[in-house]
Design a protein around this ligand. Structure first.
Ligand code: ADP
Length: 479
């Protein structure tokens, strides 16, 4: 079976978050299972400068409104295909700077969606399943039902779309964007891609893909309700039968303290000496003075989704309870400023690094005792999964994928892998941290809890199998 994943990012070529890890892991799993699997993605600067890609010399054009854009096709190894258009993709960042999104994102990703199909044709690569991800590639299934509907090349191609985060829908003003899409104004209706007067590119995938998935079972049901549906709950409810939750996994070849060569020392549940070294290194790096105190880490995008407003409110109480906190992330400039100010007031206990830095992320996962994830909503969340494997016990909000992957600690029987709270409030967060610190002060209980967390298994095999079963089902249904 030929499976093509279309995505706006994939590790190791370009990454801003979990999507990149997911695509990379799926390609690996599918290939291992004997499928022919490819990813098609933009040829960003990060791929150009760090990978020796192969220029196929193939070229194509995409009409966009009154202009025609040229694209090229590059490959890397057996499974990565890049669409090249330097004007759109040769930039420092993938989607925008901390000041805001790139102004031409609609144009960039409408182009990408057409380019995916054109590149496949140039390469003579006929997918049995074309699996698109998030709004940046959501036009692909719609194009296959419209512009390319009569194209023999794709007559056996089934489509699937995965929602990695419903909070990002690709909303744009219609005047410029509808002509660029090239399907006429007939598509701009409530049954089509209109959404409260704007163009909603994600909706293109929701209404036209043969199957829909999202990245945890809890999130699949949450997004069909008002609270987490971001205005699309009605559409999703109507699609309820086609919408499945398939939990993300972790690639333990990449993320395991036994084999991680980036961290200061390796360790495993049977021999935790390495973790003590990692913690010492982390504490030294941020001049945290008292080695008896616990350290909590946060690694993630600095956006309101990640619960940073309640974090800010709870900080005083958390540090006064005897916790050091180190935060690594980047995101919204307004949040950067707020956190920087806060950091000045809590210099001794709160370290803040506004960067994207894989090595430091690993030092935090390995060197911390607790991992904070107070998310407002969380489709799946990789942070809490990685943290568990590295023995950093999650303190997290019971929402979406967190609900499906962290079991609340029960002091009566010693079961559980972390500390969950439900209310989206600073009090609830501080309360969960307090519960964690109480257990931390009981060394035997803490070690046993940490072993539970490290032993939890979120490997991809089971979830990748669910994707493959779904591929087989939709491919069979094609006429
Ligand atoms: P998202 O909502 O951003 O996809 P996830 O928890 O699903 O969040 O995935 C985040 C991934 O990105 C994790 O692998 C995490 O370690 C990584 N990550 C996020 N921010 C940073 C950063 N500033 N530096 C290094 N890694 C980061």
């Amino acid at each position: 079976m030929n499976v093509v994943l279309a995505a706006s990012e994939a590790a190791p070529f370009a990454k801003t978050g979990g999507l990149a890890d997911v695509i990379c892991a799926l390609i690996k799993e599918f290939t291992r299972a004997g499928l022919n699997a490819w990813v098609v993605m933009p040829f960003y600067r990060s791929a150009r400068t760090r990978f020796d890609t192969f220029d196929t010399g193939l070229e194509f054009t995409v009409p966009m409104g009154d202009e025609v854009l040229k694209g090229g096709v590059r490959t890397y190894g057996d499974s990565a295909i890049f669409v090249e258009c330097d004007e759109l993709f040769d930039r420092r960042e993938l989607y925008g700077t901390p000041e805001g999104d790139y102004k031409d994102n609609a144009r960039r990703f409408i182009f990408l969606s057409r380019a995916v199909l054109e590149a496949l044709k140039m390469l003579d690569l006929k997918p049995d399943v074309l699996h698109v991800n998030d709004w940046q590639t959501a036009l692909v299934p719609l194009y296959l039902k419209t512009l390319y509907g009569k194209d023999d090349f794709f007559k056996d191609t089934a489509t699937m779309m995965t929602i990695h985060n419903l909070g990002y829908q690709g909303l744009f003003e219609p005047e410029q964007v509808v002509p660029q899409i090239g399907l006429g104004w007939g598509i701009f209706t409530p049954e089509g891609i209109e959404f409260y007067g704007k163009v909603n590119l994600l909706k293109a995938g929701l209404i036209s893909a043969d199957a829909l998935t999202t990245v945890s079972e809890s999130y699949a049901s949450e997004i069909q309700g008002r609270k987490y549906g971001f205005g699309l709950d009605g559409v999703l409810k109507r699609k309820s039968r086609a919408l499945k939750g398939i939990l993300n996994g972790v690639d333990y070849e990449e993320w395991d303290p036994r084999t991680d060569t980036v961290i200061p020392a390796q360790y495993s549940p049977a021999d935790m000496a390495g973790k003590i070294k990692c913690k010492a290194r982390l504490m030294r790096r941020f001049s945290f003075g008292d080695p008896t105190k616990p350290v909590a880490g946060f690694v993630g995008r600095l956006s309101l989704q990640k619960g940073l407003d309640i974090f800010v409110e709870a900080l005083e109480e958390m540090v006064s309870n005897g916790l050091y906190i180190v935060m690594l992330g980047r995101g919204d400039v307004a949040l950067h400023e707020r956190l920087k100010k806060l950091q000045k007031n809590y210099k001794k206990n709160f370290a803040l690094v506004i960067k994207y830095n894989d090595a430091l992320a690993r030092l935090i996962y390995s060197g911390s005792d607790l991992f904070l994830m107070p998310s407002r909503y969380e489709p799946c969340g990789l942070g809490q999964l990685i943290a568990q494997r590295y023995g950093s016990v999650p303190v997290a909000r019971r929402t979406g994928g967190i609900r499906d992957t962290v079991r609340d600690y029960d002091p009566m029987n010693g079961e559980g892998t972390g500390f969950l709270f439900t209310d989206y409030s600073a009090d609830a967060l501080a309360g969960a941290v307090k519960r964690a610190l109480d257990v931390y002060s009981d060394t035997a209980a803490w070690e046993s809890l940490r072993r539970n967390a490290m032993g939890a298994d979120f490997s991809w095999a089971v979830s990748a199998r669910k994707y493959m079963d779904l591929y087989a089902a939709i491919a069979k249904k094609r006429p």
